[in-house]
Design a protein around this ligand. Structure first.
Ligand SMILES: Cc1ncc(COP(=O)(O)O)c(C=O)c1O
Length: 343
């Protein structure tokens, strides 16, 4: 059988033997009563890493985003976000249907907002015939691009000057920190609430963290999680995987970034991929096809065993635990010798 290389997403990672053992051995309790010792341990560990007072274990990145918007933006208020953001395109409209917030899409190069791009989009409270702006949402990384801390500091100053909260969708926050050579807490301190996913590059099967310094936010987040059906009982089995991920799988993200760069360089050497490898900053490679459509190229790469997707119309490859270092030269060889059939 032909070897396949799983590059569709880092969400396809499977728990390792060690992680499964940690799950099997987890001590558990009823987390809705906040009595699961393993969930509590994960939440404490995550809060400490992020430099936040509270962390809440939630079932998914989407739920973390939804609770953040629900609690910190509020019904009928506007949230400023990049037009390619996950909360707009990939969360089945929960931003509007459940959190009842109004997304204001801002076109931003690579999805990275700046104070200059936000300028002019804020509608003040107290004007009775206008929706009020309450929040800026930043996704870090977005399409593989990290925010710089200095840009986020500017966004923080902008938000403070305009009375706005900042929600950070840090699904891949550890990738962003690695790309920018900073600590996750350097990003987290600039957001009112911040998420990260355990179930992507960190390799856990389920779960995300939602963190904040505010006691009121934590209280509302736990109640909203229950309201949404996300109160889990003996979820320590899942939290154990999260603890294992934080203990074992952060440092190895450097391999994913290096592998993405190697693959991007191989793509750049072909006639059919329009890509600048310098633009690949973490574990996500996005590019356009030359001489054929992106969907056709994606289908043909899949036939070659390179499993990929189109995202936002572009071809996307994502490196993760699913691609072993020794498989990278094989992927490079396939790319270098591949001649796609034009549309
Ligand atoms: C940037 C971003 N935010 C949020 C999510 C949602 O995470 P989940 O799939 O756990 O709901 C994803 C998932 O791919 C993501 O890429």
């Amino acid at each position: 059988m032909k070897e396949t290389f799983e590059l569709r997403s880092d969400t396809f990672t499977l728990p390792s033997e060690g992680m499964r053992k940690a799950m099997y051995e987890a001590k558990v309790g009823d987390d809705v009563y906040h009595e699961d010792p393993t969930v509590k341990a994960l939440e404490e560990m995550a809060a400490e890493m992020l430099g936040k007072k509270h962390a809440v274990f939630v079932s998914s990145g989407s739920m973390g985003n939804l609770i953040g918007l629900f609690v910190n933006c509020g019904r009928g208020n506007e949230v400023l976000c990049a037009s390619n953001s996950h909360i707009i395109h990939h969360e089945i409209g929960s931003i509007a249907t459940i959190a009842q917030c109004v997304p204001i899409e801002i076109d931003a190069p690579n999805g990275i907002l700046t104070p200059v791009l936000l300028e002019g989009h804020v509608k003040m409270r107290g004007v009775y015939d206008m929706t009020a702006t309450a929040m800026v949402e930043v996704e870090n990384t977005i399409g593989g691009f990290p925010y710089t801390v200095s840009n986020l500091k500017g966004i923080r100053r902008f938000a403070d000057a305009n009375g706005l909260k900042i929600h950070m969708d840090g699904a891949r926050l550890f990738n962003a920190a690695l790309a920018e050579d900073v600590k996750v807490s350097d990003f987290a301190e600039l957001a009112d609430d911040v998420t990260f996913c355990l179930s992507k590059g960190l390799g856990a099967p389920v779960g995300s963290i939602l963190a904040s310094d505010s006691d009121e936010f934590e209280y509302c987040a736990r109640r909203t999680r229950k309201m949404l059906g996300g109160g889990m009982r003996q979820s320590g089995f899942l939290a154990a995987a999260g603890i294992y991920a934080l203990e074992h799988n952060i440092d190895r993200l450097a391999d994913d970034h290096a592998n993405a760069k190697t693959i991007a360089k191989a793509l750049a050497s072909t006639s059919w991929a329009d890509i600048d490898p310098d633009q690949v900053r973490s574990n996500i490679i996005m590019f356009n096809a030359r001489g054929l459509s992106n969907s056709s190229l994606c289908g043909q790469l899949n036939e070659q065993g390179i499993l990929c997707l189109t995202d936002g119309g572009m071809v996307r490859l994502v490196t993760s635990l699913n691609l072993k270092n020794e498989q990278v030269p094989k992927v490079v060889r396939i790319i270098e010798s591949f001649k796609p059939v034009s549309d």
